[in-house]
Ligand binder design. Structure first.
Ligand SMILES: C[S@@+](CC[C@H](N)C(=O)[O-])C[C@H]1O[C@@H](n2cnc3c(N)ncnc32)[C@H](O)[C@@H]1O
Length: 408
């Protein structure tokens, strides 16, 4: 049981999982691969038999392996700025374009909290009875079963994401159930983001694909984004996670602040303006005769969209670390250090994460940068972060880390 696994088996398992999910090699947990393989060997199968099965691109073993690496972490109204933007900007713009129904897709929906949040957001932002439809898709069938049950515990509700719109009722001590009105318009289906969504799903006005592409190789991420954008209606909006792309996807323009990671599909013939726009221009709107009188949107009282500050991105990374999502945390911290190189707590956090994952060679230069930047500040100056600490603290932390090596 505890003996060495044939390395060819593990290599092939990683290749198969990467091909199915689009995941980068470092996002494929070795322990997950080993667990599945050992379980199969314990059931009496031989390594040769397993290797043989993995030579076929589609098999029950390859699906089990892929399922073992998927991370299904999610909660209601995660990244609330996206829902605020949809309510304040996206829905009114779609109504001005003359939309007669609004459709949303939660792509990589895990257990469904995101899909239901989107449905509730659209319903609350539209006049009563305006047709709304939301589809949630994921590779993980067991997550979709949870989504269809529509009953959630306290882990699906987080203080960092307020309940922006009516979504659920309490049905137990710690249990909530999605409101029937929201549930009625939300459906779930299994789908892989690396394959085109079947035609029968139609086109969408809003797509949320967040905290999924973080794990993908650049090629898989680009392919998935292309497929997602093909299912948008002209003028439709795509929302990605905080650090999932570093450029505007082709055929789209950025909406809102860069941190929002919101992109609008251009209408045929519409030039891609280099300027950041927050409103859909007249040229994209449907001709007047094709529109029915736009119903007045129900007043939605929501706060202005706050751009994520370095501390907020930092908190996002800390949440991921707590959830055991080291890959996601590293991606967020790397983006944070790029965007805010003077934010000392970000440098320290990333260096420590690198150290914990055994990459000392990556931690050392970060600690050196931290020391240089901290030395430039008056020692008692408080440095903003999840906790305000004096510059002295950061300098001492870097010193302690860098001097460790010389003591050994
Ligand atoms: C971390 S969850 C994110 C859930 C939700 N979007 C959110 O932001 O809260 C990522 C989800 O993406 C799904 N996923 C990963 N790779 C996928 C793929 N190639 N096709 C479809 N879903 C995928 C996983 O199964 C998982 O449920």
């Amino acid at each position: 049981m505890s003996g060495e696994l044939d390395p060819r088996l593990l290599t092939r398992a990683r290749e198969v999982v990467a091909a199915i999910t689009g995941f980068r090699d470092d996002a494929i947990a070795t322990e997950a691969m080993e667990r599945v393989m050992r379980a199969e060997l314990t059931r009496g199968r031989s390594a040769g038999d397993l290797l043989g099965e993995l030579l076929h691109p589609v098999s029950s073993l390859s699906s089990t392996l892929a399922r073992a690496v998927l991370v299904g972490e999610t909660y209601f109204f995660r990244q609330p700025e996206h829902f605020r933007f949809i309510a304040q900007e996206g829905v009114p713009a779609a109504l001005r374009r003359g939309a007669l129904a609004l459709r949303g897709w939660s792509a990589g929906c895990a257990t469904g909290e995101e899909a239901y949040s989107l449905a509730a957001c659209l319903q609350a932002s539209l006049p009563h009875g305006f047709p709304v439809e939301v589809v949630g898709t994921d590779l993980q069938e067991s997550s979709l079963e949870t989504a269809r049950r529509a009953t959630y515990g306290s882990w699906s509700r987080r203080e960092s994401a307020p309940r922006l719109f009516p979504l659920y009722v309490e049905t137990g001590e710690r249990e909530v159930t999605i409101l029937p009105v929201v549930r009625r318009v939300t459906t779930f289906a299994q789908a892989n983001l690396l394959a085109p969504l079947p035609e029968r799903f139609g086109r969408f006005d809003f797509i949320l694909c967040r905290n999924v592409l973080t794990y993908f190789t650049p090629a898989a991420r680009d392919a998935a984004i292309t497929l997602l954008s093909r299912t948008l209606n002209p003028g439709g909006l795509l929302f990605l996670g905080a650090v999932e792309v570093d450029r505007v996807p082709s055929g789209m323009v950025r909406e809102g602040t860069p941190e929002l990671q919101a992109f609008r599909l251009l209408a045929p013939g519409e030039p891609a303006s280099p300027s950041v726009r927050t409103r859909i221009p007249e040229s994209v709107r449907a001709p007047v005769q094709a529109r029915r009188p736009a119903p007045a949107a129900a007043p939605v009282r929501v706060a202005a969209v706050p751009p994520p500050t370095p501390s907020r991105l930092h908190l996002n990374a800390l949440e991921r670390i707590e959830e055991g999502d080291e890959v996601g945390a590293t991606a967020v911290l790397e983006a944070l250090v790029r965007q805010a190189p003077d934010y000392l707590p970000g440098l320290l956090e990333l260096a420590l994460l690198r150290e914990r994952s055994g990459a000392r060679e990556a931690a050392v230069p970060l600690m050196r940068t931290l020391r240089t930047r901290a030395e430039r500040l008056p020692p008692d100056q408080l440095v903003d972060g999840p906790e305000a600490l004096p510059a002295r603290f950061y300098q001492a932390s870097a010193d302690a880390y860098l001097n460790q090596g010389t003591l050994e």
